[in-house]
Write a protein that binds this ligand. Structure first.
Ligand SMILES: *Cc1c(COP(=O)(O)O)cnc(C)c1O
Length: 417
């Protein structure tokens, strides 16, 4: 018998050997030290574990605490009863109840855009990016797909399928000069980037708008981290700052973080009506997989109602003042930013011990360390939320300082005018 062939992978866009090799070491270490794999019941903002330990979770992305808001919970239950079906399993392009149409109309009005929903941002990006790559979503010209190096994994995962439709490159984080060179060279370019980064910071929307004006650049933003937490009616960073809100800007934003519901919103401007059908039929999972279910829609409708009231403004203000309080106590690189995520610097050697110590004191902050991040960038990730109390934040910060975090240096006195 002839020898059977083994396969040598190309690994042009992904590499599971590397991913799992690195990732599993990290996760195993975290779990062995009790700072991952945690199970507890959540009551009134406090987690209760079976062994009696209680803690406040400081690593949750529900920045306005809308995920536990009584109106959002009631909305989920009411919608399930009203529509009488959780998920009618058939592509919506064939038969649908009005559940998604009602949501999309409400979100469209709220955000001033054409909204198409999907079960998750990951599903939306998986479906939309190859349609953009082939020129079908856009102006008909196949663009060079330029992925920012830090683009969230849900977007980066679409590289192989985009590469089958067009050319794909990865550029350094926010490298606008390189992007402009590519715009000069290629008929059309699409830049794929986070509107608000998981590690803090925002996309350079104004500089990108200039490239959009000059070269007809298409920008695909994932603004998941700033929806609800940022902007009037919680419209997010991109839509409150980008001067280009037309067919050259496509935004996806999860409804499961600040918005407190589940699912995602695809936000479009200036596209013709048929675009909705194209997306519903051909954007990958949107055409064949689950849609947002009635409970998630009900939660989102209730959250949208809150977004229309002064309560949203109050929640955003409380989030901002919690961020300011944290920054007045602890020094981080993100200090002073309106962004709700802070990375409290530690070393690879100290970070797990620090996380354990903080957890024992009643707070969860997630450690990130080598090999999941490069050496020298280890730290504890803390997210601020509107619902955290002043006492919780003060106690967390003093525990963090005992565990080795750097206190904020005294702020300079404000200059009298
Ligand atoms: C959290 C997050 C996602 C995942 O959102 P889902 O709706 O759960 O798929 C996608 N992109 C970014 C930038 C995120 O921060």
């Amino acid at each position: 018998m002839s020898e059977r062939r083994s396969i040598t992978p190309t690994h042009r866009y992904r590499n599971n050997d590397k991913l799992i090799g690195i990732g599993n070491t990290f996760w195993n270490m975290s779990e062995e030290h009790g700072v991952a794999g945690i199970v507890g019941d959540l009551t009134d903002g406090v987690f209760h574990m079976a062994d009696g330990h209680e803690f406040v979770n400081f690593t949750v992305c529900s920045y306005l605490d809308l995920d536990t808001h009584p109106k959002v919970i009631d909305g989920a239950v009411a919608a399930l009863r009203r529509f009488g079906v959780l998920d009618h399993c058939i592509p919506r392009t064939r038969v649908q109840t009005p559940v998604l149409l009602e949501l999309e109309e409400s979100l469209g009005e709220l955000f001033g855009a054409t909204v198409i929903s999907a079960i998750s941002t990951a599903a939306a990006s998986t479906g939309l990016l190859p349609l953009i790559a082939s020129g079908h979503l856009g102006n008909g010209t196949r663009p060079l797909m330029v992925f920012d190096k830090n683009a969230h994994v849900s977007m980066a995962n679409a590289k192989p399928s985009c590469a089958d439709e067009t050319e794909v490159v990865t550029c350094r984080h926010h490298d606008l000069d390189h992007l402009e060179d590519l715009c000069r060279t290629y008929e059309r370019v699409c830049y794929v980037v986070d509107g608000s980064d998981s590690l803090g910071g925002y996309a350079p929307v104004n500089e990108l708008a200039e490239l959009q004006e000059r070269y007809n650049l298409l920008v695909f933003y994932d603004d998941s981290h700033s929806l609800s937490a940022y902007g009037e009616r919680g419209i997010g960073y991109v839509r409150s700052h980008s001067p280009v809100l037309d067919e050259r800007t496509i935004t996806v934003a999860t409804l499961s973080k600040g918005f407190g519901a589940g699912g995602t919103a695809i936000l479009l401007d200036g596209y013709p009506k048929q675009t909705r059908r194209l997306i519903e039929r051909f954007a990958g999972p949107l055409g064949y997989s689950q849609k947002m279910n009635a409970a998630a829609v009900g939660a989102a409708l209730a959250s949208a109602e809150i977004h229309r009231t002064d309560e949203l403004i109050q929640l955003q203000e409380r989030l901002r003042s919690n961020i300011a309080l944290f920054d007045s106590l602890l020094a981080t690189e993100q200090s002073g930013s309106t962004y709700p995520i802070r990375l409290v610097p530690m070393t690879d050697e100290t970070v797990v011990g620090a996380a354990q110590r903080v957890f024992a004191a009643g707070f969860y902050v997630s450690p990130v360390f080598f090999p999941i991040v490069s050496r020298g960038t280890a730290g504890l990730r803390a997210m601020l939320r509107a619902g955290q109390t002043e006492e919780q934040i003060r106690r967390l910060c003093s525990v963090l300082i005992e565990a080795g975090a750097r206190p904020a240096t005294a702020l300079p006195e404000p200059v009298a005018r």
